[in-house]
Design a protein around this ligand. Structure first.
Ligand code: ADP
Ligand code: MG
Length: 681
């Protein structure tokens, strides 16, 4: 019988009520209790006040230096104050609502007090007092999150009891070889240390073990899932003539960059293999992902299949459809566009042709994953800007064909740490090189009061034949948020530039037909300036636009600013990005500064992750980024990388699936359902 699986009730002192409270905290078994970790520690070490920060909790030993004075106020409230000489310092100690201490204190007595240090007033607000010298019972006292009727003190006691009775039965779940290699603390010692730390050093050591353990268990799931998905899903082994594909590649007006070529080979390799491709393609804006996607789609077509390209916005769908049409026209490939604005008879006809196999490439928005959409023989699915699609939408799309190859493209450079957690079960390709001859976009950060100069600059550039975007965070004025809105800014620009230049307005509330019209006018240079909300963020391609002005830039994340900036710099002319921002916080200022210093999307995304945290990076709902108990993806990324490599090796080894040494890891895997190919979401 597994002792760890026993209910907490077997411990003395845990009755029904306590067990109920513990169960609210997710603690049902002895094992759960032992692995319920503190979220912080009360620090009772004696410290020199010089090292203590304002508002920090501190414990000091000292001599009472003045007669304690007691004052009553309100109904039952009291305040006791005395001076304390501790080391070189003479400080005040205040103690609220414990009048009885007055009798216990006398001048020159040695006491140990703990409390919050107010550096400005040189005062400690007392929380605990020991009438006598500091006795080091436990310098670091764990603090747990509690619920129900259980107090922290009681929980501590229960955990100590559990440690006494069961710690020696706690099995080691990591293989010996890994423990040796990384000199990790053993499980029993680590669990004990977390609850009863001797000092910071051993606590750090214990934490290091749990970080690795947590990452390894997680990465094992990812790697197992990847293996299972590959092996259980007989994919489509595409067969096509290289010569046919080369004819298409040769028809492009440029040579592929080495990075595009490498990534393309990775994708084609997957497509030819009998396994189903499950690949993430990352590449900065303008790195040429779309072309790679087009070539891959053509390979699928040559092998007798249809391809689908799903994108998050209608504008982008139209742009992609148009550029694919141009590319494929000479090759007799039928490209169709399906969005929610394709209705009625046109829609019915399109769906019929799709089901009949007359359409080879279908481009569209979410409309692609509706039930009524049936392909004849879908062999390749590509989604652009995939992080905007939820995990489920990705799955539905994949299930449209028999078992099509799937490629997820994103221009939001995902920090490696996040990519291997959120997309750990996928293969990753990166286009890490821009086509030659691109000029770096010059980025400036200005205050909003520089507007006149910016308008002058736009005027000058437009006179040279260029175009400009002006991005605003909101559509309409809002009482709550003091931000410029697209409609007002549009009115202001019309006033400034009319009749010399035309200014268009684009935002998410326009009818799709209106959007298309606005976009067309801009791409045909009928409007020179386009005021827009962030709907133009993704993928829009107007190479003649060289100015990107962003209002209230501090409201956007770094990755989003980088995306917006990527709308310019797409042609051969020098482009500019002007960030208008008056950030109040230091982080805000830092973010603006970083934008002006680097054009590297990966650097920015790492920085973004650091400044905003993983939850915010994708937006909570779709993130698929797991919560870790002890580990921190950003700060412990080295351990994450190590664990990933180890997990990959283990999953591929025979020993892992048979040797007793790995039985705990195997059991953990089996309990999650990944071995049946279930996704962890
Ligand atoms: P992404 O989708 O990665 O943002 P695109 O595929 O839209 O980038 O490419 C951006 C622009 O660069 C397009 O105008 C495209 O035709 C052009 N382009 C793509 N690959 C190359 C290349 N190897 N050499 C020159 N131009 C390229
Ligand atoms: Mg693109």
């Amino acid at each position: 019988m597994d002792k760890m699986k026993q209910p907490v009730g077997v411990l003395k002192g845990i009755g029904e009520e306590t067990a109920a409270s513990l169960s609210e905290m997710g603690i049902a078994t002895i094992g759960d209790l032992l692995e319920y970790f503190p979220y912080r520690y009360e620090d009772y070490r004696l410290r020199d006040l010089a090292e203590v920060q304002h508002d920090e909790r501190v414990t000091v030993e000292g001599k009472v230096h003045s007669e304690p004075s007691l004052a009553f106020y309100g109904k039952k409230k009291s305040r006791l104050t005395f001076r304390l000489l501790t080391g070189r310092y003479l400080v005040s100690v205040v103690c609220f609502n414990r009048p009885f201490y007055k009798k216990q204190l006398s001048i020159n007595q040695i006491v140990t007090v703990s409390g919050k240090w107010d550096k400005n007033r040189q005062t400690i607000t007392l929380q605990d007092i020991v009438f006598g010298p500091h006795v080091s019972k436990q310098d670091l006292e764990p603090v747990y999150a509690v619920r129900g009727t259980v107090t922290v003190k009681q929980l501590r006691k229960h955990i100590v009891n559990a440690l006494k009775e069961f710690n020696r039965d706690l099995p080691e779940n990591l293989p010996e070889q890994i423990i040796d290699t990384y000199k990790l603390m053993g499980k029993q010692e680590a669990v004990k240390t977390v609850h009863l730390p001797l000092d910071h050093q051993s606590l750090k050591h214990a934490r290091r073990r749990f970080v690795y353990e947590e990452f390894l268990l997680f990465q094992l799931k990812m790697q197992a899932l990847r293996k299972v998905q590959r092996e259980q899903s007989a994919g489509t082994g595409h067969v096509f003539a290289e010569a046919g594909l080369n004819a298409f590649t040769d028809s492009l007006p440029f040579e592929l960059t080495p990075a595009q070529d490498r990534v393309l080979q990775e994708i084609l390799g997957d497509m030819k293999s009998p396994y189903r491709m499950n690949r993430l393609l990352q590449g900065d804006v303008g790195s040429g992902k779309t072309v790679v996607a087009a070539i891959s789609m053509y390979a699928a077509i040559l092998s007798g299949y249809q391809s689908a390209l799903m994108v998050p916005t209608e504008i982008l769908a139209e742009q992609h459809a148009n550029s694919l049409l141009a590319l494929f026209e000479p090759f007799g490939v039928t490209v169709a566009l399906l969005t929610s604005s394709v209705k009625g008879k046109r829609r019915r006809e399109l769906l019929e042709r799709l089901a009949g196999g007359e359409i080879s490439i279908l481009v569209g928005t979410h409309a692609l994953i509706q039930e009524e959409v049936n392909f004849n023989k879908l062999g390749l699915v590509i989604t652009d800007e995939q992080h905007r699609f939820g995990v489920n939408q990705r799955r539905v799309l994949r299930e449209k064909g028999e078992s099509p190859d799937v490629l997820f493209m994103t221009a939001t450079p995902i920090p490696r740490t996040l990519a291997i957690t959120a997309f750990g079960e996928m293969d990753v390709s990166v286009i890490d090189q821009l086509p030659a001859g691109r000029k770096t976009i010059e980025t400036y950060w200005v205050k909003h009061n520089m507007l006149d100069r910016i308008l002058g600059f736009i005027d000058k550039e437009v006179q040279k034949g260029r175009q400009a975007y002006v991005i605003c965070p909101l559509i309409e004025e809002s009482d709550k948020l003091d931000v410029q809105n697209a409609i007002d800014v549009h009115a202001m620009l019309v006033h400034s530039f009319s009749p010399k230049w035309n200014t268009g307005l684009m935002h998410g509330r326009l009818h799709p037909n209106e959007k298309e019209a606005v976009m067309r006018e801009f791409s045909e240079n009928k409007t020179q300036i386009l005021v827009s909300t962030t709907v133009v963020e993704v993928g829009v391609n107007v190479p003649n636009a060289t100015i990107m002005v962003i209002y209230d830039a501090e409201r956007f994340g770094l990755s989003q600013l980088h995306q917006l900036r990527g709308r310019v710099g797409r042609g051969s002319e020098q482009s500019y990005c002007i960030l208008m921002a008056d950030p109040k916080s230091e982080t805000g200022k830092e973010r603006m500064k970083i934008m002006t210093e680097t054009n590297d999307g990966f650097v920015l995304s790492e920085k973004d992750l650091e400044l905003r945290g993983p939850g915010d990076f994708f937006g909570k709902k779709q993130s698929g980024v797991p919560e870790f108990k002890v580990a921190d993806m950003v700060h412990d990324y080295r351990a994450l990388e190590t664990a990933r490599a180890d997990a990959a090796k283990l999953i591929e080894s025979k020993a892992f699936w048979s040797d007793p040494e790995y039985s705990h890891l195997r059991d953990d895997l089996a309990s999650t359902g990944v071995l049946e190919g279930e996704k962890l979401d």
